[in-house]
Design a protein around this ligand. Structure first.
Ligand code: HEM
Length: 356
């Protein structure tokens, strides 16, 4: 929460007048810097890294734009500065660099796993960068779409605001005692878990924007029977790609799947888990984080971070969309993770009265 708050305050002109900005760029900058600091820690010597982080973010953004080509094995020499950017970003998370930082438990445990093998420093840096990419490139679009849809739907935003208000009251916090440099809001992990309404809105954003292909290698010959009655014969060693996006947009499972319904995953104040297809209750109805042994290990972190972002926005800011037309999703990334908006959208924001 502390990293998000400081990223938020340094990314915004602290004033109570309306500021205009672009929502995707705003979310990107805040979430990049907060996520990086939370996962990889702060530098022990270089306390103020703002300029370095902004540069890394710009390099990451350019690298990530090329990701569909990188994954398709387009040679580096056809991709301009991409290789240089990759090397630079790897150096940000190399073992030597990480030894200078106060790492999160998650990253510390991953470093411990690597020491058991015989990986070179460069290979370890490459694995760390893969984690960095997996965390940022998926969480940032998910955070954007959650905030975008809440800003677009006043009923959804009012419901989330009521939940945040309730949480503040229960812990003796009020917006009046939140002052710059003074007391900051704080929420516990349990409180984040209890935010079912916001959790539902995030699930709904993920349902609509996640487009990962889950790839598995068959370890033995098998036969896959489909509902339609046809069967697929799978040989040992075959790669199987599953695309949950079809399920997420199936109108039989989710009525009006193109519409954002913040309470789709909410039932009597609890998380709704009953979804049906052909009259049968589905065991798996939402798979933005994959499934099984290699299911995303960062899912709790990502969900909590998005909840914290929205909580901060609700507590400290007035925010309104100026562009009301929903931007299309960047389909060039279909299959690779969550989809970012293809173009940015204007919004305006100001600090709430009493927050300065
Ligand atoms: C909304 C945000 C996120 C989404 C939608 C997402 C989605 C996914 C998906 C679909 C997979 C593949 C799972 C499978 O094959 O079954 C995956 C793997 C992975 N994710 Fe995430 N992820 C998110 C955030 C994060 C974060 C924040 C981190 C790190 C803190 C992270 C680290 C990883 C890693 C290391 C893997 C590889 C796991 C393995 O192969 O064993 N992800 N993620």
């Amino acid at each position: 929460m502390g990293n998000l708050l400081s990223a938020m305050f340094s990314a915004t002109d602290v004033q109570q007048e309306w500021n205009r900005g672009e929502l995707w760029a705003f979310v990107y900058r805040i979430m990049f810097s907060a996520s990086f600091r939370t996962l990889f820690g702060r530098h022990k010597e270089n306390k103020d890294e703002t300029a370095r982080l902004v540069h890394s973010m710009e390099e990451f953004q350019k690298y990530d734009k090329r990701f569909p080509e990188i994954i398709s094995n387009v040679p580096w020499w056809l991709m301009g500065q991409t290789r240089k950017r990759y090397e630079y970003l790897k150096s940000m998370v190399s073992p030597a660099e990480l030894s200078q930082r106060g790492l999160s438990d998650f990253m510390r445990m991953r470093q411990e796993i690597y020491t058991d093998g015989e990986l070179s420093a460069d290979e370890k840096a490459a694995f760390n960068f893969a984690t960095m990419w997996a965390s940022l490139s998926n969480t940032l679009p998910a955070a954007f779409w959650t905030l975008y849809h809440l800003l677009k739907d006043p009923v959804a935003m009012a419901a989330v605001r009521a939940e945040v208000d309730q949480l503040l009251k229960e812990t003796g916090q009020t917006l009046e005692n939140v002052k710059e440099g003074g007391e900051m809001i704080h929420v516990t992990r349990q409180q984040l878990n209890d935010m079912k309404c916001l959790g539902s809105a995030i699930n709904e954003a993920l349902r609509m924007c996640s487009a990962s292909i889950i790839i598995r290698v068959a370890t033995e010959d098998a036969e896959l029977a489909l509902e339609s009655g046809s069967t697929f014969r799978i040989r040992k060693g075959d790669r199987v790609g599953l695309y949950p996006g079809f399920l997420h947009m199936d109108p039989e499972v989710y009525d009006h799947p193109e519409t954002f319904k913040y309470d789709r995953f909410l039932e009597n104040g609890q998380e709704k888990t009953a979804f049906y297809k052909n009259g049968r209750k589905l065991r798996h109805y939402l798979l933005p984080f994959g499934h099984g042994v290699s299911m995303c290990p960062g899912r709790f972190f990502a969900l909590n971070e998005i909840k914290q972002l929205v909580t901060i926005v609700v507590c400290y800011f007035d925010m309104e969309l100026i562009d009301m037309e929903t931007p299309p999703m960047d389909q060039s990334r279909a299959g690779l993770g969550t989809l970012a908006p293809l173009n940015d959208c204007l919004f305006r924001y100001r600090f709430k009265q009493g927050c300065l």
